[in-house]
Design a protein around this ligand. Structure first.
Ligand code: FNR
Length: 375
């Protein structure tokens, strides 16, 4: 028997991938201001990273104007944003690529400076992120997190509707599917985890209740897209943005087993060793492997991310731990990453200083391998 590799084809929902090098969702804070719509620079960046039959998961994009926690993030709730995203999608499609959009609401990882009328950010409960983590204001200043306002039970359907609207807008923009951001300490994970969810209604308390918001959002998005064009991202054992469940196994087992029968396009993990990689260089030791732990509970396509190289990605796929590997940081600095991995070309190191905000530098000016050879 021949084992699958990073370069074996893979069916994801209705799409036939030609390889399994997925571009991970990556916040880059370079949308147009004040519209928060993607602009030509963003089109160029995604087009550089598109390959025939390659899956790109576009950066997390708030579904509503209360869902932001950093400046320059593209949204998916206005006509201008839809039009901007349409250009990104068209450019990726022109190269034969497949592109999903990650739907986002940051919840308590926000600050009143982002909120209409300077209101407090909303969250499952009025619990602030601890002071070892810092918030960013709309002006880019680093400050303490505020204590968010707990959503009333009667407001929750409205938040779920916002995800539904975001999903509809992504459909209008021409995306091939959407990924629900249930990871990294943002709103959905705040509902999942007991440290951020102290609710006593049907959305808090028991594991079943804490998983309810994720399930309601997922079902709402499925109504728009059909299950086989919807993915969900989770980060069990993660510690990003003040998250962390004391005993993740029962919680995430229940969540994954509840999602499994829905027939989603895929489940997508952030490996615990790389939790918080967006904020700092991390390589957490003595942590479990999400793909190894949860693969037996998931019957569909499993994508995972976190510090993979071409070799470790191939090994994970050959071992059956995952079906595809998402690459984040090295996809930033290697626009032609699938080809480089296939040919074992050297990998250009990334520059963390240019991850967030700015213009071309560290965004669209990383050369492809062949351009480097000519230089
Ligand atoms: C991220 N990550 C991330 N995750 C996510 O679900 N949505 C997002 O918008 C972002 N944004 C983001 C920005 C930047 C600059 C980094 C470095 C990371 C996490 C990312 O998708 C990935 O899971 C991690 O980076 C681990 O993979 P690598 O980088 O080790 O391949």
């Amino acid at each position: 028997m021949k084992f699958p590799s990073l370069f074996s084809p893979l069916k994801v929902g209705p799409y036939q991938l030609q390889h399994r090098v997925v571009m991970a969702p990556l916040t880059r804070m370079r949308a147009e201001k004040p519209s928060l719509a993607p602009r030509p620079l963003n089109v160029e960046y995604y087009a550089q990273r598109a390959t025939p039959g390659g899956l790109i998961i576009a950066e997390a994009s708030p579904v509503v104007n209360t869902g932001f926690g950093s400046p320059g993030i593209p949204g998916i709730y206005s006509e201008q944003q839809i039009a901007g995203w349409r250009k990104v999608v068209d450019a990726v499609h022109a190269k034969g690529g497949i592109i999903f959009l990650q739907l986002w609401h940051v919840g308590r990882v926000s600050h009143s400076s982002f909120q209409p009328g300077g209101a407090l950010p909303v969250a499952p409960s009025a619990v602030a992120i601890s002071s070892e983590f810092k918030a960013m204001t709309a002006e880019g200043k680093v400050v303490e997190y505020e204590t968010p306002r707990a959503l009333e039970t009667s407001e929750i359907p409205g938040v779920i509707d916002a995800y539904r609207e975001g999903a509809k807008n992504a459909l209008k923009a021409g995306f091939d599917g959407v990924e629900i951001h249930g990871a990294n300490g943002y709103l959905i994970e705040q509902f999942l985890q007991s440290r951020s969810n102290l609710r006593t209604d049907q959305y808090g308390g028991s594991i079943e209740n804490r998983v309810r918001f994720l399930m309601d959002v997922t079902k709402a998005v499925i109504e728009v897209w059909g299950a086989n064009r919807v993915g969900v991202r989770l980060s069990p054992y993660g510690i990003a943005n003040g998250s962390g469940e004391a005993d993740p196994m029962p919680l995430y087992s229940h969540a994954i087993k509840s999602l499994d029968p829905l027939g989603l396009a895929y489940l997508h993990f952030i490996e615990p060793r790389s939790s918080g990689a967006g904020r700092a260089e991390v390589n957490h030791q003595n942590v479990p492997s999400a793909m190894v732990l949860y693969r037996p509970m998931w019957s569909g396509v499993l994508i995972t991310a976190g510090g993979f190289t071409g070799e470790t990605a191939d090994a994970a796929i050959a071992a059956g731990h995952a079906d595809a590997i998402a690459f984040g940081r090295i996809f930033i600095s290697n626009p032609d990453l699938p080809r480089r991995l296939r040919r074992a070309y050297p990998i250009t190191p990334y520059n963390r200083a240019t991850f967030y905000g700015g213009e071309q530098k560290g965004y669209t000016d990383y050369p492809a391998h062949d351009e480097m050879a000519q230089a």
